[in-house]
Design a protein around this ligand. Sequence first.
Ligand code: HEC
Ligand code: HEC
Ligand code: HEC
Length: 339
Amino acid sequence: MNRWVFVILSALLIALVGIAAIRDSQDRDYLAIQQRYQSDHNDTGFNIQVQQIFPAFADAKRGDTFRVERCISCHVPDIGTIGPELAAQRLAQDFMKYQPNAQAVAAQNHYTLVHPAYIANGISVPSATKGFAPAMDYTQYGITGTGFAPYSVTGATTNAKQGYAVTPTTVLPGPLPAAVDPKALNPTQTNPSLQKVGIDQVGCIVCHNGSRLSLNQTDAHQNLIANPEYDFTSGAQLYYKYCVTCHGVQGEGGKGPPLSNQDRLGYFNEDYYYRCIEYGFTDFEHIGSIMPNWGSTATDFTYDPTRDKQRPGSRILSENQIQILIQFIRHWENYNTLP
Ligand code: HEC
Ligand code: HEC
Ligand code: HEC
């Protein structure tokens, strides 16, 4: 009897090890991507393995432990040796080469295909080695910078969908956290054009979000902000035109719930946010609420005057505009709240 228990337990163990091995090798799409990168850029050597970024700012640590990100397992895995400028150029080139739908994705996300190499205090940073090394401007996009100038709507606001006027002087902070302020990170540097931090020092998720530990593309790209610069500016315009009335100037909520709630941002995925905005109160998740439907009407919706506070309207925002708004809302997801 005991022998059979032993045999069954051993078989189970072997099966579990097998399943683990299969899963492990399935999660290694980064290997193929690294091999392609290595043959395309054979000027620098690096090990084919999980590559990690150790950001240079204090918030990137918990105690002595780095909260690493593994984006560079697939993207510019030799960023540590080639530096931020070359890495930025390769990101754009490789994207066009490796992304099967590059043209469509680039158009949808308004890519200029010039990747910022730095965060800096000042719009552009002259490069010592290359013709250019554009930077994302901390004085605009930083939490302590001039931030967004909210969109101002003139005219009567007869219903929620027509938006409302925010005083044009209101200035909102940008998405880049204080932790990556180049001034604070380079306190001894007085020349503003040299106050800069490379993407190799700040990592990827400060600007792009995503999952810092995953090694397959879908999981790593969870909640990705594809084009931070475009989404923050265009997303802000849409947000301050249509959503600010109910969700607050900084996503803090009001008539509607807060959108900056870290637990909800971390928990809900793109699909959920898409449904909320597209269908609003016509979908089961928000039925009977005052959240307008900005796109279509949910297919199973029937108007019920005892329950519904409004009739469904026709589409105001395109699918693409809703995507941009989702990414704009995503910028309230705090670096500190990720695993
Ligand atoms: C398993 C491999 C893998 C990992 C890990 C990975 N990516 Fe990607 N990513 C790709 C591939 C492949 C593409 C398409 C081709 C390219 O851009 O090189 C891509 C494209 C992108 C794009 C362009 C938009 C798009 O949808 O094509 C961005 C932005 C991006 N990745 C950011 C990140 C960030 C940030 C991380 C880390 C949180 C990350 N990636 C982790 C493989 C990966
Ligand atoms: C300072 C903010 C910032 C950081 C840090 C950053 N990116 Fe980007 N990324 C951007 C912006 C802005 C764009 C859009 C560029 C454009 O207009 O084409 C972009 C675009 C991309 C693209 C699409 C191709 C392209 O160049 O347009 C990929 C892929 C990408 N980033 C990956 C990464 C990876 C991987 C890292 C980390 C090594 C990273 N990014 C770090 C801001 C950043
Ligand atoms: C008339 C007020 C109003 C306006 C304008 C409005 N919302 Fe809402 N929104 C709400 C209410 C109320 C809810 C909560 C619905 C419920 O109770 O289920 C909500 C819920 C949401 C949610 C789900 C939040 C969560 O954590 O579950 C999202 C996302 C959202 N709104 C985004 C937007 C966006 C984007 C816009 C602008 C295009 C917008 N809302 C405009 C009132 C509004």
